[in-house]
Ligand binder design. Structure first.
Ligand SMILES: [Zn+2]
Ligand SMILES: [Zn+2]
Length: 270
């Protein structure tokens, strides 16, 4: 069933737009997901390839209204730049220009600086009267409401600043690791969550990222009900493609269902 049919049923729908890393193994785009609930959409990260995946899903970038960034590695935010250019080009089409929506972007401190940097280079091509930038104050996280989505941010174990998120909507909780090693912030974000959307970068431990063995520890400690794995590097992709998931340790006791090995554009309901 496609994302639109699922959304029509009033469910919380997660549509992966990029389940790869910057190396984009097997044609996976870099990081990005779209959450839909009660007719509202919230993008989690917006990495390279997300705009193209959106187009493949039948949606234009100008329809994007809210993006929440986990951190500012380029594989998690770079498609914001062409999105701003796309919005700027709408001024040449009167009909499109009138349809321009407010674009609200959220994330750790640094978002405004990135935008101002682009503006100093590209000027009017990224200037946008419909753009709102919201930054979390410090590195310790906090709470925020974005439309129908209530969220809490926790410090990630990754290049700083970086957050893991716990997002509540429609009585469901989704935890999103962004990029993070196994740390207390990630454990808190995932505690008892209905769905934990986790990076699983490499088969073996690597600083600032998760591997299957660490995800096993996380499941034991935080007890999320379901798991979706993503953000694969080629080494991980090769294991998955070889049908060696079990050999790679991607089977965790204590879950209500099998682990979702996420694919671009294959939707999930929470
Ligand atoms: Zn990162
Ligand atoms: Zn990343």
């Amino acid at each position: 069933m496609g994302a639109e049919e699922l959304e029509g049923k009033g469910e919380v729908v997660l549509l992966p737009l990029g389940t790869g890393s910057i190396r984009m193994p097997g044609g996976r785009a870099a990081s990005g997901y779209r959450l839909t609930y009660a007719g509202e959409r919230l993008h989690l990260d917006f990495g390279p390839g997300n705009l193209l995946r959106l187009a493949e899903a039948g949606e234009e970038g100008r329809e994007v209204e809210r993006i929440l960034f986990s951190h500012y590695h380029i594989d998690h935010h770079a498609d914001l730049l062409p999105l701003l250019f796309l919005r700027s080009c709408m001024r040449y089409d009167a009909a499109l220009g009138q349809e321009k929506r407010t674009l609200r972007i959220y994330g750790p401190k640094g978002l405004r600086e990135i935008y101002e940097g682009w503006r100093s280079i590209y000027g009017s091509w990224v200037e946008d009267e419909g753009l709102e930038i919201h930054e979390f104050g410090g590195g310790e996280g906090g709470e925020l409401r974005i439309g129908s989505f209530g969220l809490r941010a926790f410090p990630a174990l990754h290049s700083q600043p970086a957050f893991c998120y716990r997002i509540e909507m429609g009585g469901k909780v989704l935890a999103y690791s962004g990029d993070s090693g196994l740390g207390p912030g990630l454990v808190e974000a995932c505690r008892g969550a209905d769905y934990a959307l986790l990076e699983c970068s490499f088969p073996e431990p690597s600083p600032g990222h998760l591997c299957p063995a660490e995800i096993g520890q996380l499941v034991e400690e935080a007890r999320p009900k379901r798991l979706g794995l993503s953000h694969f590097y080629p080494e991980m992709e090769a294991l998955l493609r070889g049908g060696e998931a079990e050999k790679a340790g991607i089977a965790f006791p204590g879950l209500e269902s099998e682990v979702d090995l996420l694919q671009d554009l294959v939707p999930r309901t929470l």
